[in-house]
Design a binder for this molecule. Structure first.
Ligand code: NAD
Length: 486
């Protein structure tokens, strides 16, 4: 099947349906400004239609009772994605701007996550116990029901399937609201899914449109039993408020400001490589777990900054379709302005080492490009050290003692990820245990296997995605107490 991106429609109850608004949203390539797609600017009525389709499917089909069919469906989806990997990757790059090698990685990873959960469909287990001669007590896991999935643009496939695959594996039906910047890649994914006949109609639905309309309706609608949201912490707080009237189950994967602690005995070249890829190489710093706060021991601080700067000078910024490009554009003009404002603030708060400006030379003038930027001697508590910039900007702050490094690492509202760089295994474990974050890497960065739980402490989120717990998020537990007559 050829993936074509004409006028994109909503996928509701197994059919491709235009919005009742008659209006569209145009997505553009952030590297060139070219139009990529026109998707539906959906209304509350469209969302309600999708919720009804999901509810109807949950109540009237055997989807939730047939784990082996669910496994088959997910398995077929994996195959479809792998068969169309290159066209999906190209579309992802032109729509999100990320380098093509990163898009290829993302498409492969999305397939891998679905593959992992297809294997878990038949492993949704509860417990059984004997509490007396006359009883048998069971705890069973059941699907939550109708799950609303609201996803961001920066890893548009991985973050969609990270919620959708376990939700389906557990027997739920879903309504997806993709990010408004990246509807085409998500609709292309649903086009592939729609060719798998074993999916009951209405098990999976997708409605595009503004968060304030489509996302809000999902978060407030009484029939939606759970929201799995990935996005900004500010939006996450709105989801909590909006969903409170109907007391929905919530899974929230929110923002981050992840620290990397580099000790004096670290293998410096490895640490620099890790910080570089953790900060910039996947999505121009627009990554929730990006290693954006580098906390470096005073003894090696000057050498670290010098070598780090050298590495950054050699990064190629440009259109992600160019195979040699390391860093792509910022997603939108609004986000570009935010990043440039943070950079101006940084110039008042710290020492600019490199970067610090928009890039407009040659073809770069057509897109939203920012030079990879380092600020040094960044004061604790300053804005660029505390707030998620979501662009190619890192801060460096020196430390003297281990205790001070840990205090600095934990000194934000976030707790998504972090890393520790040292050759001393005791130091590594001691520090990793004290960093208040859902993931801590030691002498590496960015490895997120499908089988390992991922999520945030503090204001970085609620609950865990991936792994077995990522499946359990999408279940309710029921106690069934059996009385046995003698
Ligand atoms: P965002 O919060 O602006 O948007 C995320 C989704 O929410 C989009 O689909 C958007 O349309 C929708 N939305 C916006 N306003 C809404 C509202 N009022 N009601 C309901 N839905 C609404 O985030 P973004 O800019 O797309 O993504 C970047 C953010 O996501 C960053 O903060 C990043 O750290 C975070 N993120 C977190 C993770 C994680 O795993 N923790 C992963 C990726 C991104």
């Amino acid at each position: 099947m050829q993936i074509e991106i004409p006028l994109l429609r909503n996928f509701i109850g197994g059919d491709w349906i235009p919005s009742s608004s008659g209006e569209v949203i145009i997505s553009r390539n952030p590297a060139t400004g070219e139009e990529i797609s026109r998707s539906q600017k959906s209304t509350v009525q469209d969302v309600r239609m999708a919720i009804e389709a999901a509810e109807n499917s949950f109540n009237t089909t055997d989807w939730r009772y047939e784990p082996s069919r669910r496994a088959d469906c997910l398995h077929s989806l994996v195959k479809k994605i792998r068969d169309h990997a290159e066209s999906l990757s190209n579309l992802m790059t032109v729509e999100s701007g990320k380098p093509i090698r990163v898009s290829r990685f993302e498409v492969a990873r999305a397939a891998d996550i679905i593959d992992y959960y297809s294997g878990l469909c038949r492993n949704v287990f509860g417990r059984a116990t004997e509490l007396s001669r006359q009883s048998l007590d069971l705890v069973v896991r059941e699907p939550v029901g109708i799950v609303g999935i609201i996803s961001p643009w920066n890893w548009p496939l991985v973050l969609l399937v990270r919620s959708m695959a376990p939700a389906l594996a557990a027997g739920n039906t879903v309504v997806v609201k993709p990010a408004s910047y990246t509807p085409a890649i998500n609709i292309a994914f649903f086009q592939l899914l729609s060719t798998i006949n074993e999916f009951d109609k209405g098990v999976v639905n997708c409605v595009t449109g503004p968060g304030e309309i489509v996302g809000s309706e999902l978060a407030t609608n009484n029939k939606v039993n759970m929201i799995s949201f990935t996005g900004d912490t500010v939006t996450g707080k709105k989801i909590v408020q909006m969903s409170s009237n109907s007391i929905k189950k919530l899974s929230l994967e929110l923002g981050g400001k992840s620290p990397s602690i580099i000790f004096a005995d670290a293998q410096l070249d490895n640490a620099i490589k890790g910080c570089l890829s953790g900060a910039w190489l996947s999505c121009a710093g627009q990554v929730c777990y990006a290693s954006t706060r580098l906390i470096v021991h005073r003894k090696i601080h000057a050498e670290f900054v010098r070598k780090f700067k050298d590495q950054i000078s050699s990064l190629k910024v440009g259109n992600g379709l160019d195979e040699t490009v390391d860093v792509g554009p910022i997603i939108s003009e609004t986000q570009l302005d935010d990043v440039l404002n943070y950079i101006e603030t940084g110039k008042q708060e710290a020492n600019l080492v490199i970067g610090g400006r928009r890039l407009t030379e040659g073809n770069l003038s057509k897109g939203f490009f920012v030079a990879p930027t380092i600020f040094d001697e960044v004061r604790q508590g300053s804005r660029i050290e505390q707030e998620e910039i979501f662009g190619p900007v890192v801060t460096v702050s020196p430390f003297e003692t281990e205790e001070e490094a840990i205090q600095m690492a934990n000194n934000t509202i976030y707790g998504l990820a972090g890393s520790v760089w040292t050759k001393d295994v005791d130091t590594a474990i001691r520090v990793a245990k004290q960093v208040r974050a859902g993931t801590v890497w030691v002498n590496s960065y960015s490895s997120i296997p499908p089988s390992m739980e991922y999520g945030g402490y503090k204001q970085s989120g609620i609950g865990r995605m991936l792994g077995l717990e990522g499946l359990h998020e999408f279940t309710e537990m029921k106690h069934i107490g059996l009385h046995i007559s003698s």
